[in-house]
Write a protein that binds this ligand. Structure first.
Ligand code: IVH
Length: 711
């Protein structure tokens, strides 16, 4: 997955590149191990180290004893903390970036892959710590430093609640160095940043940096106020004295049992596995749930379980051979913010978005990311031309985290929100005072809004009209065929002939035979296949259930849930239009805000015109009440996750709602059943954690038919 590193072709070039890389790596290390915000992403840093390693492999004469490939951490930061020697060195880990890398490592440690048991556990993205206990009493806490000498942060360490002053149990060594990772739980980190933002202060960059800064406070009182936590995973120096050594320590997994008995926090996610296939499965599962763990992780650590094999394998100067860190693909990368533009949406909301040099992040290429509104642009403090941190956590939307201020050249420029709509020139305004969003108030005539509304009608959540996407909607509006959505269902072939995107560009070339046989070829300007399809699909869309028609009207606040509630309660568009505010607000799932919005919408003439023209064109304005569906799910809340064989996503919802149940998108303790299909993710995990009733697809079908008694 990695671009092949280019190695300089001759020794002088290699020497120059080597020196430049060493300097660059040292700089980044001193930022990383100090509490300065990093200026490159972890993945970019890893790439630098890899390049250096490749050069040194080809030109071994360039290797110096203090080369970054042989050292860990950073020694160069003056800190004010006393420097103390570790009794046993603190090692780093070699990295694997792919499953092939993992398999190569397995082949190296076992005669054949799968020979040995391997302990697999999360790689916590925190900072390493060494805790010394003498006769069971905490006497020292040291950071890693350069691996040989660390900083004495004992007073600060003592403020971390999960670090015991005294080891528990009877089997206590005379002296032990316990190694682990100090971190800030993600939830607490977010709360901390939320509070900073509320105070108008700049938020912290990430949990790791914040944890590092918190642990290295001059005043332990400040550290004590930071929500730091710890996980332990290794032992350094160990002297049993008069105590009988604990035999469990002959296995890596046994170390965790002993640490837990001593009262130290250990991971609950460690597994002992054998063979590439099982390990591969573990890595995939861990990656899928990486964002539901309490702390950030950047990969997994794999360790040979048998400690006599560990001893045989030994270590290089910087890392043990019996362990390897598998790094997940990066979720945070750096790229250039080339421009900030604004988009006018379906409801007139004007949204600034960043245009970036395309980069791959978490497995997909990203070039655009929303910046939400002008306040967000100001809050993030990004300038056009900035190097920015771009994040994509799991399958969520890409986010511009902020600028890399240290990378500024002075050529960056500030962005200002336009005062006028970029589509129709109307003066932008707040919908109501104090709104963060600006809107284009010209909803009747603004081409951008009309286009987006028409494309929305075609979307899956509305009338699901294939061909009617963004492009076709834009083509229909630009060609002047549609002035707005009112005439959508009146479109004819004649109309479409005026839309270049939906017609043939050139005359069809016919063969001699075809001409002789009198075949009439397609002529330029004839309605093309996609145009015909559009008309057929629009005809189909007329018969969709009423709630989908309501969704398609783009009434503010009226999404699928409210539309369904309205359709169920009133059954026809006329009844909804005739209902007063109280009757509307009374409907379960509607409420006063939506009721007000519906009433206001129907007071506008051109809105009413849309409904009337659609009705005249045969669009469904009344549902048939189906009394025959038994209400087997009355009062039940059901969540479906993953893909099911016999249902589409909407189909599942439809099936639940039509039987009187509530289809919910999120798992909570109020959920009655969770239907789990293929490739289900965090919702399934959460359901298990909450001890909820989990159903297979077959059980779900039984539930639909027979209600809770049937399962
Ligand atoms: S074991 C001799 N286990 O990752 C092996 N390290 O990149 C010592 N880390 O220096 C490390 N989670 O600070 C180990 N479960 C884990 C870890 C872990 C995070 C850190 C540790 C180490 C660094 C190497």
């Amino acid at each position: 997955m990695d671009p092949v590193t280019e190695i300089p072709a001759d020794a002088p070039a290699a020497r120059a590149r080597h020196a430049a890389l060493v300097q660059e790596i040292e700089e980044h290390r001193s930022r990383y191990y100090g509490d300065d915000a990093p200026t490159i992403s972890d993945a970019e840093y890893d790439a630098l180290e890899r390049e250096l390693r490749a050069i040194e492999a080809r030109y071994p004469e360039l290797v110096e004893p203090d080369s970054p490939t042989l050292t860990v951490g950073s020694a160069g930061v003056a800190t004010g903390f006393a420097s103390v020697k570790h009794r046993e060195r603190m090692m780093s880990l070699d990295n694997a970036f792919s499953l092939e890398d993992v398999e190569l490592w397995l082949a190296r440690v076992g005669r054949e892959a799968g020979d040995h048991e391997v302990v697999c556990e999360p790689k916590i993205d925190g900072l390493s710590i060494s805790l010394t206990y003498e006769n069971g009493v905490l006497t020292q806490g040291l950071t890693r430093g350069d691996g040989t000498q660390g900083e004495d942060v004992t007073a600060n360490v003592r403020t971390i609640r999960t670090i015991p002053e005294r080891l528990a149990g009877d089997s206590i060594p005379a002296l032990v160095e316990i190694r682990g990772e100090v971190f800030m739980p993600v939830k607490q980190f977010e709360a901390l940043n939320e509070a900073l933002r509320a105070d108008g202060k700049a938020p912290y960059a990430n949990p790791r940096n914040t944890a590092a800064g918190s642990l290295r406070q001059k005043d332990p009182g400040v550290t004590g106020q930071r929500p730091l936590d710890l996980t332990t995973y290794a032992l350094g120096a160990l002297e049993w004295g008069d105590t009988e050594p604990d035999a469990r320590l002959e296995r890596q997994a046994g170390i965790y049992d002993v640490l837990a008995d001593w009262g130290l926090p250990v991971t609950e996610h460690a597994r002992v596995l054998r063979g590439a296939e099982a390990i591969d499965g573990f890595l995939r599962e861990l990656e899928a749930k990486r964002h539901s763990l309490v702390h950030e992780i950047d990969g997994a650590v794999l360790k040979v379980n048998d400690r006599s094999v560990q001893r045989q394998l030994g270590s290089t100067s910087r890392a043990p051979r019996w362990a390897i860190a598998y790094k997940f693909p990066p979720e945070e990368v750096h790229t250039t913010l080339e421009d900030i533009r604004v988009d006018v949406g379906r409801t007139g909301r004007v949204t600034p978005y960043g245009v970036m040099t395309p980069v791959t992040v978490a497995g997909s290429t990203v070039a655009y990311a929303t910046l939400h509104n002008a306040h967000e642009v100001a809050r993030k403090g990004v300038l056009i031309g900035d190097t920015v941190v771009l994040r994509k956590a799991g399958d969520v939307i890409p986010e511009i985290v902020g600028p890399v201020v240290a990378a500024r050249t002075g050529a960056e420029r500030e962005w200002t929100m336009p005062a006028e709509c970029p589509s129709c020139g109307t003066l932008l305004a707040e919908q109501k005072e104090g709104d963060k969003d600006l809107r284009c108030p010209n909803s009747q005539f603004c081409p951008a809004q009309i286009t987006d509304r028409i494309a929305f009608i075609g979307s899956r959540g509305a009338l699901d009209v294939e061909v009617l996407g963004e492009k076709a909607a834009a083509a229909l509006v630009e060609s002047g065929v549609l002035a707005n959505e009112a005439a959508l269902f009146d479109l004819t072939e004649d109309d479409l002939r005026r839309v270049p995107m939906l017609t043939y560009e050139v005359d069809e070339k016919l063969t001699k035979k075809q001409i002789e046989a009198g075949v009439e070829g397609r002529k330029a300007g004839d309605v093309a296949e996609n145009g015909r399809k559009l008309l057929a699909n629009l005809a189909d869309a007329r018969t969709r259930p009423l709630w989908r028609v309501i969704v398609s009207l783009s009434i503010r606040h009226v999404g699928p849930t409210a539309s369904r509630a309205l359709a169920t309660a009133f059954v026809s568009m006329d009844a909804i239009r005739a209902a007063d505010e109280v009757a509307l607000a009374d409907v379960d799932g509607v409420g006063p805000v939506i009721a007000r919005s519906v009433i206001e919408w129907f007071t506008v003439d051109w809105h009413v015109d849309i409904v009337e023209r659609w009705a005249a064109a045969g669009v469904r304005m009344e549902d048939e009440r189906d009394e025959s569906t038994p209400q087997t799910l009355a009062g039940l809340t059901i969540v479906a996750t993953g893909s099911l064989e016999g249902f589409t996503r909407d189909g599942v919802k439809e099936a639940i709602i039509s039987r009187g149940g509530k289809a919910s998108g999120s798992v909570s303790k109020n959920t009655d059943f969770v239907v789990v299909g293929e490739n289900a993710g965090s919702k399934a995990t959460k359901a298990e954690e909450l001890g909820l009733r989990i159903l297979s697809e077959a059980e779900f079908v039984a539930l639909l038919e027979g209600g809770p008694e049937a399962v």
